[in-house]
Design a protein around this ligand. Sequence first.
Ligand code: NAD
Ligand code: LMR
Length: 305
Amino acid sequence: MVAKGDVFGPNQPLILHLLDIPPMMGVLEGVVMELADCALPLLHGVVPTDDPAVAFKDVSAAFLVGAMPRKQGMERKDLLSANVKIFKVQGEALDKHAKKDVKVLVVGNPANTNALVCSKYAPSIPKENFTAMTRLDQNRAQAQIAQKVGVPVGNVTNVIIWGNHSSTQFPDASHALVNISGKEVKATEAVKDDNWMRSVSFSGAAVIAARKMSSAMSAAKAACDHMRDWFLGTVPDKFVSMGVISDGSYGAPKDVVFSFPVATKAGKWQIVQGLPVDDFAKKMLAATGKELEEEKSEAMSVIEA
Ligand SMILES: NC(=O)c1ccc[n+]([C@@H]2O[C@H](COP(=O)([O-])OP(=O)(O)OC[C@H]3O[C@@H](n4cnc5c(N)ncnc54)[C@H](O)[C@@H]3O)[C@@H](O)[C@H]2O)c1
Ligand SMILES: O=C(O)C[C@H](O)C(=O)O
């Protein structure tokens, strides 16, 4: 998707740096062969490597997907001790070798806390440049609403994912809009079922139960959506959700990577301010914020141990 122009546009040539661990180098060679066989005109080079210093050398965009996935029955927290150290190493390598304006998307779970760790170990890169993926959750919620109303998914916008990419996240459709026959209406009016709207939920575990593997295709698509919107900008009056460093907006704890509604322009994101938040939403935001603070202190104790 990246190499065929879905992220940086149809006129932007690129070089892909592909990082994996030493036992996977043979498999990675196969990926390189397949990329060549795809005959992608925009792909001007591929650098397969097991060395983070080579992988991150002068990169402008980093998709950090290399991490252990959750298996059936596991919570994202269970991955913390296994994965968080990877993001310390990758943060240090980004700090030393990447461009100072590199935009980093963390997909590997627990994504929010890994993004925070990565940023902590890359102090020469602005904290705003480290983000975590909640776009898959946004896309899932939009798809559920589109199906319920009976419109194509592109007609549903402004769904918000608040907080952590975990089961405590708050998918909030109260500001969502649905375009029905050319007229934009509130999703709450289109659905006319408040209980159903509040049941729009996180479905990562359901995909794992069915596939016996983590979401892959939908996660790749969401990563591309996230980076495309960050690099190329969002549509005026529309917002998307991204895990970004919290400034305390909407009562979220500061200095955790928290998913907010954001609008992007000229390569910068801004948290959309002033949206009404009711008591139910406040309770949900507090719960996911608390989990992120707990994950943060757990991550630091794993790293410092
Ligand atoms: N945020 C989201 O919405 C979202 C969605 C889907 C998956 N995920 C997460 O993404 C991660 C990857 O999932 P997957 O299904 O692709 O897993 P996978 O096991 O299929 O692939 C992981 C890859 O990462 C590599 N890897 C492991 N350690 C590495 C390291 N230190 N450096 C570089 N590469 C390394 C592995 O060798 C493997 O090739 C998991 O943590 C999963 O939970 C997040
Ligand atoms: O749920 C998981 O652990 C995998 C991924 O984060 C997802 O949301 O599908």
